[in-house]
Design a protein around this ligand. Structure first.
Ligand code: F6P
Ligand code: MG
Length: 494
């Protein structure tokens, strides 16, 4: 807490903040989802698996108690020790805060605490079966499957772009013989911006908001038509500046040109992150891409290493993945007649996806696409604490040309989830990761929480004035739904 910004943070007690709604409506629904998931798994365990069965039932009951505590505004209780050192940090902070009650607590702390507490239920399990269990995995894979139209569209585009790059003398997305430097740079920039915007809007499909979005809504958000339409909703767009630093490093012939992506959600968002990573590596805008997943199930849909493997596995055999009904890891729907079976993939569609699989798994095995988890990403605190709590991570990120922070939660953590005036410069709001930090930060964020910085004068007021924007209510409601976005850059190496 001592290193956080000295600006008031969002609280679950504040009825004008999305924190209020989150604590009272979304979190109980998310715990119910986890209970349902564990229940489904328990109902499939054979009777002979007595220990796992008994433990599964006990996990369901503890999740039920957690939901009760939350809904009845009880005090947050210490997290049982599961052998990981971050528990101590959580519990010390909990004590220092009071301990607080669920409906009157700092939003960022309480939301992280919630997922950390759920994780402990599994990490302290006696049976190996539950120790490795992710209560959100099923949901992540089901939603990824429902992204099929956008995945097919992007796979075809990606394959065509890669073919172009490979056949061009300049390793750029231009016709084979083009050697004009200006033309090459323009083409690379245009595609970089396009891919990064795909990556940005891929973040609109966060499962923790699924309590209010349907799968059909999500599909609509993912298509290319929707992206074009949404361009006007990017309130600040620094992609040009980010491209410039990558291009300059490439042109200067720097031997090692690393880009980092601090990942957010699994499934479709991870898919589009890999599209961007593959593009950067193919053009030479990067020689290495380091992906930072979470270590434990987090905010429902965040990537853990198993999600990366699962995505590649799905890509390796797309027909098996897409032609089977939902629930990839069980056969719940087998024999149900309520919905028709998924349409078969054409040979070309399957080949496009397999092309992606070959490309990405090749980059991964060559060590150009690296997965690097770090426990810091699932600490309770903001990234303002990073230099003190995770100095090794700061040193590592300094090695990178550009560190891309995906999504809403990363943005909240970058800015300390504090109620900054909306015109506060982004570079100021990210504190120690800002100017002269040695780290170049690019935030790709669709807005799903109150905090917003770096807006031009009057923009917040203007957007509040739009339908559903919050008006005079005191609430910045426009920033809650994922409809608006910001792309903000800070050059900590300048
Ligand atoms: O808006 C709800 C919320 O849970 C926020 O609390 C959180 O920041 C966000 O969703 C998670 O979104 P993302 O996956 O983009 O980080
Ligand atoms: Mg997320």
């Amino acid at each position: 807490m001592e290193y956080d910004p000295k600006v008031p943070t969002y609280q679950t007690s504040d009825p004008t903040s999305f924190a209020h709604k989150s604590a009272r409506e979304r979190w109980p629904a998310i715990i119910t989802g986890a209970i349902d998931d564990v229940h489904r798994t328990v109902s499939k365990l054979p009777d002979s698996d007595k220990d796992a069965l008994a433990e599964g039932k006990s996990i369901i009951s503890t999740l039920g108690s957690l939901k009760y505590e939350l809904q009845h505004n009880r005090k947050l209780s210490p997290i049982p020790d599961d052998g990981y050192p971050d528990v101590e940090g959580y519990n010390q902070e909990l004590a220092a805060r009071g301990p607080p009650t669920w409906h009157n607590v700092e939003w960022l702390f309480a939301e992280c605490y919630l997922y950390r507490r759920v994780a402990t239920l599994f990490s302290t399990a006696q049976t190996r079966f539950w120790r490795d269990y992710d209560p959100f995995y099923r949901q992540k894979m089901e939603t990824f499957k429902s992204s099929r139209p956008a995945v097919l569209e992007l796979a075809a585009e990606y394959r065509a772009i890669m073919a172009r790059i490979q056949s061009s003398k300049a390793h750029a997305p231009v016709a084979a013989g083009v050697t004009d430097a200006r033309q090459i740079e323009d083409a690379e920039r245009l595609l970089f911006v396009e891919m990064a915007e795909i990556c940005l809007w891929g973040n609109a499909t966060d499962l923790s908001l699924l309590t209010s979005l349907t799968y059909e809504d999500i599909q609509k958000l993912q298509g290319s038509g929707a992206r074009k339409e949404a361009e006007k909703n990017v309130l600040v767009n620094d992609l040009g500046r980010a491209f410039q630093v990558l291009h300059a490093a490439h042109r200067a012939g720097k031997g090692r040109r690393r880009v980092d992506i601090v990942l957010d959600n699994a499934g479709f968002e991870l898919f589009v992150d890999l599209v961007l990573a593959g593009y950067l590596l193919a053009t030479g805008l990067a020689t290495e891409v380091v992906l930072h997943p979470k270590d434990i199930p987090w905010f429902v849909s965040d990537v853990v290493p198993k999600d990366f493997q699962a995505l590649l596995q799905a890509m390796a055999d797309p027909k098996a993945f897409y032609e089977k009904k939902n629930n990839p890891d069980d056969d719940d729907n087998a024999g149900k007649t309520s919905s028709p079976p998924p349409a078969p993939l054409s040979d070309e569609e399957a080949a496009n996806i397999q092309f992606l699989f070959d490309h990405w798994s090749h980059l991964h095995s060559e060590g150009k696409l690296i997965l690097r988890p770090n426990r810091f990403w699932t600490h309770a605190g903001s990234f303002w604490r990073m230099p003190h709590v995770a100095p090794g991570l700061v040193e590592d990120l300094k090695e990178s040309e550009l560190v891309i922070f995906k999504g809403d939660l990363n943005y909240r953590k970058l800015t300390g989830d504090a109620a900054w005036p909306a015109t506060t410069p982004f570079t100021e709001a990210i504190g120690p990761l800002g100017p002269s930090s040695g780290i170049r930060v690019l935030a790709l964020r669709t807005c799903k929480a109150d905090v917003v910085v770096g807006l031009p004068e009057g923009k917040d007021e203007e957007t509040r004035g739009m339908e559903g924007g919050g008006g005079d209510s005191g609430a910045r409601m426009w920033a809650w739904s994922g409809k608006w976005a910001v792309v903000q850059f800070s050059d900590g190496k300048a």
